[in-house]
Design a protein. Structure first.
Length: 723
């Protein structure tokens, strides 16, 4: 098959310019020839006609000089008057010969010039020479008689008439030549304009043809890219008509469409598998489901999955196993570093083997069996650690694209596997907590009975106190009984503290273990709510958004519970260091400026001088307190402004009476709904809000201010509220 000749855009443009240059060259040749002709005619007029006129005038001047000199000499007899006469006599014939040569192409003018010559010659013969001779002889009477008859006057008059006629004829010829030259110049301009129009038309036609070939494919590429951006049909391809760079662009765009279509197909497969992995509730079911999907996706006829538990790799599922013999096929348990599976788990990388020996792995079906030729071992990682290993046997090696897809799928499977195992552990922990809760309930009832008994004893002690003076002896006995009851109360208080510690530890553990699967749910629900591939309708997308929002609310609640539990359990640590007050506005703006813009309210941060450059406190806990206060302000403010003011104040010294001390005050104010005075103390209690309708209208759990007050206590500062 012959290779198609490539005609690039550069070649097309160069060809177009070459055609234009050649046309301009041809035009220049034609114009040059015409201009040369005009130049010759112009030179002829400039030199020939001008010279003819000059020579005609010169001959007339020669005759005039001869006549003037002749008359002057005859009148005065002075020899000096003969000088013009002699000069004209010697020059006129030379001028005549030059003029005769110039008009050699005009017989009529030559004839006229010969007549002029005859008259000049006759005047010299009958008037010029004879009169000069008579004057020189001194015969004055003959001179007077000669003047009276003046035989040369007739010749001079005829000569002047013929010179005038000759000159007028030459002027008419010059004007005719000038007119012809102007006509040819006009014709030349017409030719120039006509050739310019032809070149322009040919250039425009060439430009239209070349640009049409370029623009058509470019428009197809632009339309295709526009369709892609609008989520159009990716199956449409660009029809390539040229073999140039535009054609290359069309081919590359078609390749891009193929790649995008393939990526979308892979994303759909990943999304489908990720959705399926949310259903199983146990380790074995999840593993089998994932192996089934890998078998369908990569055409892998045999696979095994090992789960990492207690520093061992345990075989939990297989695809296309040999029925009851499945568990006896290969090893059921492996140590880290043992075999390819153990080595892959330790090194956290994919291991591949091709050209396996015959019968290394036997793959059977109802019709027979065969041997696999390729083995791939893939580790499943979660947060940088190996949690499982998958061993795949196939008839042909997996391609690089398959390995990339395999990596993405194992990442998703790692999250799902960890979530499933965590969910199973949480269920077990929940069952244990239920048993513990029942035991705590029994202890609580027992403590309640002891408390009632203590109350009755307290009443009895009060009665005995009234009879103190009368029953001194009995008082000692009752005092001993009271001390015994106090010891029992101390024991009960220790038990209550232990129970409270169990509760805080349980809440902290529950909050921590719930966040990991909840984060996975948030990521997947956010992907569904974005609906980048347009697989969900608006109602389903709304459901995904609701799931995502509810999950975020639940995560915030868990974080609050965890912080509160840490504070109650005494596990919250603080790190005091220098904190720069000047950096606080930027930090708070990063958290709340977007919220202020969304709610269309003003957010101001004001630092009132004088303020120190730094203060000593725990920066992270201080930011947490301010964020809680500002979050409440934004939550209950629908219009107006929220302001954070940092200033220096003087308060009474807590240890020295009648003495004040300087403090740094952080004040948060808003134009929201406010708090009733009788509710000011209640809002700092955990799970308490100013009004029962607050949670229904604005949401929240009432933990923010309680946590803030606990953190303020840890930092050694005061937290107050003004409605």
């Amino acid at each position: 098959m012959s290779k198609t000749r490539r005609f690039t855009i550069r070649s097309k443009i160069l060809l177009g310019y070459l055609v234009v240059v050649l046309l301009f060259g041809a035009v220049l040749l034609v114009l040059t020839a015409q201009i040369n002709v005009l130049q010759k005619e112009n030179d002829f007029i400039s030199h020939h006609d001008l010279e003819v006129h000059n020579l005609t005038n010169a001959i007339e001047k020669n005759v005039l000089n001869m006549e003037t000199g002749q008359r002057g000499f005859m009148i005065t007899g002075n020899e000096s008057y003969l000088e013009p006469y002699s000069q004209g006599l010697s020059q006129w014939s030379s001028n005549y010969d030059q003029l005769n040569a110039l008009i050699s192409d005009n017989p009529s003018q030559q004839q006229s010039l010969q007549n002029i010559k005859a008259h000049i010659t006759r005047w010299i013969e009958i008037a010029g020479e004879p009169s000069v001779d008579l004057k020189k002889q001194g015969d004055q009477a003959k001179v007077v008689a000669f003047f009276q008859s003046d035989p040369g006057k007739t010749e001079i008059d005829l000569l002047r008439s013929q010179l005038t006629t000759f000159r007028n004829t030459e002027i008419a010829l010059t004007e005719a030549r000038v007119t012809e030259l102007a006509r040819r110049s006009s014709t030349l301009l017409t030719i120039m304009y006509t050739l310019w129009g032809i070149i322009a038309a040919l250039s425009i036609a060439a430009a239209i043809v070349i640009s049409g070939n370029i623009v058509k494919t470019l428009r197809d590429v632009m339309q295709t890219i526009s369709d892609i951006s609008k989520g159009g049909n990716l199956k449409q391809r660009i029809q390539v008509r040229t073999h140039d760079e535009v054609g290359d662009l069309g081919h590359e765009t078609n390749k891009l469409l193929d790649e995008v279509q393939e990526q979308n197909r892979v994303k759909d497969q990943i999304t489908g598998i990720a959705t399926l992995l949310q259903n199983p509730t146990n380790l074995e079911g999840l593993s089998r489901l994932f192996l089934n999907e890998l078998a369908k996706l990569f055409e892998v006829p045999y696979s095994v999955l090992y789960y990492w538990k207690d520093n061992r790799l345990l075989r939990v599922a297989a695809y296309a196993g040999d029925g009851e013999k499945e568990r006896s096929l290969g090893k059921v348990s492996l140590a880290p570093g043992e075999g390819l599976v153990g080595q892959s788990a330790v090194e956290k990388r994919v291991l591949r083997m091709n050209d396996l020996p015959q019968n290394y792995i036997r793959i059977s079906s109802g019709l027979g069996y065969t041997s696999a030729t390729s083995l791939t071992v893939v580790p499943v990682l979660f947060e940088g650690r190996t949690i499982a290993v998958i061993e795949l046997a196939s008839m042909k090696p997996l391609q690089e694209n398959d390995m990339k897809l395999m990596q993405e799928l194992t990442d998703i499977f790692g999250v799902s596997l960890h979530s499933t195992v965590t969910r199973m552990e949480l269920q077990q922990l929940y069952d244990e907590s239920q048993v513990l809760n029942e035991e705590l309930q029994a202890q609580s009832e027992k403590l309640q009975a002891q408390t009632e008994e203590m109350l009755s004893q307290t009443e009895e002690l009060q009665m005995q106190t009234e009879e103190l003076h009368m029953l001194n002896d009995r008082l000692e006995i009752q005092k001993s009984a009271a001390e015994t009851s106090a010891n029992e109360l101390a024991v009960v208080a220790d038990q209550l503290r232990t129970s409270s510690g169990y509760k805080s530890e349980f809440l902290a553990n529950m909050s921590h273990e719930l966040r990991t699967p909840l984060n996975s749910m948030l990521i997947l629900s956010e992907i569904l709510s974005e609906n980048k591939n347009q697989h969900l309708n608006s109602e389903e997308q709304n459901y995904a958004s609701v799931i995502h929002k509810s999950g975020k609310d639940l995560l915030n609640l868990i974080n609050d519970i965890l912080d509160l539990s840490k504070v109650e359990a005494g596990q919250m640590e603080v790190d005091f260091d220098d904190v720069y007050l000047s950096s606080l506005p930027e930090v708070m703006n990063q958290y709340f400026l977007k919220t202020a813009e969304q709610k269309k309210i003003d957010f101001r941060i004001q630092l009132q001088s004088p303020l120190p450059e730094t203060i000593v406190t725990d920066e992270m806990r201080m930011h947490q307190i301010l964020r809680n206060l500002l979050s409440n302000a934004f939550k209950f403010t629908s219009e107006g402004e929220v302001a954070l003011t940092i200033s220096r104040m003087s308060l009474a010294h807590p240890e020295v009476k009648d003495q004040e001390t300087d403090v740094i005050a952080f004040s948060v104010s808003d134009t929201g709904i406010g708090i009733a005075e009788n509710k000011l103390l209640q809002i700092f209690d955990a799970f308490k809000q100013a009004d029962g309708a607050t949670a229904r209208k604005y949401g929240g759990t009432g933990l923010g201010l309680s946590i803030s007050q606990s953190l303020a206590t840890l930092l050694g500062v005061n937290l107050g509220n003004k409605s």
